[in-house]
Design a protein around this ligand. Structure first.
Ligand code: IPE
Ligand code: IPE
Ligand code: MG
Length: 248
């Protein structure tokens, strides 16, 4: 592994890294190739970054693979993305086994085609005993829809006297989100130069450090990940307190 001069303190890793993997289409366009070509290349970046995160000892990595809004893309592109997803799940199971990775998913996954759901279930089951990196794929995911879903569930429970209104707090809300078993995001990375959140993990990024890079997703490497983590480690997370309080 070539870490170059990038210094990472392994004792101070972000507990949860989330990535908005953007720029596949532009990467392909720069090469006068169809967008699909970029998605295929993007899948290779996923493998590299997942392996790199596991190697470092990162506990949680969440990848925005398909948004609720992405359903509005041309039918053919959506179809190809689903195909790529199925083959990636099939092909990467050995890698997950080898690296002790546990697969998880968030989102309205019931909207995904049957074969994607089946493959997903299989790989999640096959890796459920692994104790290393928890790799969460956000599929058919939208943060507002997630919050709406949580509010509905909580409302039903209140109506049926399972929980009282007074008990509805942050903890209860957390437990009704798709991310119920995951800690808050510490570091959110977005590639491709876009500086927006695009309906990703709105609740969970409340105090995340945001990192934006111009690199397009297919160009994002292990070194890029190390750079983002090193940048994160330079920051002072004050959580509302003063610098002096933090120093203590
Ligand atoms: C990210 O790349 C992949 C998905 C959203 C599925 P894009 O396909 O958004 O690439 P650009 O933004 O058009 O370059
Ligand atoms: C966000 O990328 C969704 C994923 C990376 C899966 P988009 O490319 O869809 O986001 P916008 O539409 O440019 O905000
Ligand atoms: Mg995009």
């Amino acid at each position: 592994m070539n870490q170059g001069e990038i210094k990472i303190d392994k004792e101070m890793l972000p507990e949860h890294i989330a990535i908005i993997m953007d720029g596949n289409g532009r990467w392909a366009k720069q090469r006068s190739r169809p967008r699909v070509f970029g998605h295929r290349e993007g899948a290779k970046s996923v493998r590299k970054v997942v392996e790199a995160a596991a190697r470092l000892g990162v506990k949680n990595l969440t990848l925005y693979a398909f948004s609720m809004e992405n359903w509005n893309r041309p039918k053919q592109e959506v179809k190809t993305l689903m195909k790529l997803l199925v083959s990636a799940l099939k092909n990467e199971l050995p890698l997950m086994r080898k690296n002790n990775i546990r697969l998880n998913s968030i989102g309205h996954t019931h909207a995904m085609p049957g074969n994607v759901q089946n493959e997903l279930k299989e790989v999640i089951a096959a890796t459920s005993d692994n104790t290393g990196l928890i790799l969460t794929l956000a599929l058919s995911y939208g943060a507002r829809q997630e919050i709406q879903h949580a509010i509905r569930e909580i409302s039903h429970k209140v109506k049926n006297n399972i929980i009282s209104v007074e008990n509805v707090d942050e903890d209860i809300i957390n437990k009704h989100l798709y991310t119920q078993n995951l800690p808050d995001v510490d570091l959110l990375i977005r590639t491709s130069g876009e500086v927006r959140i695009s309906n990703f993990l709105l609740w969970q990024i409340a105090y995340a450090e945001l990192y934006f890079t111009d690199e397009l997703w297919p160009d994002f490497t292990e070194t890029s990940l190390h750079k983002a983590i090193a940048d994160f480690q330079q920051r002072e997370r004050r959580f509302g307190k003063t610098s002096e309080q933090i120093a203590k």
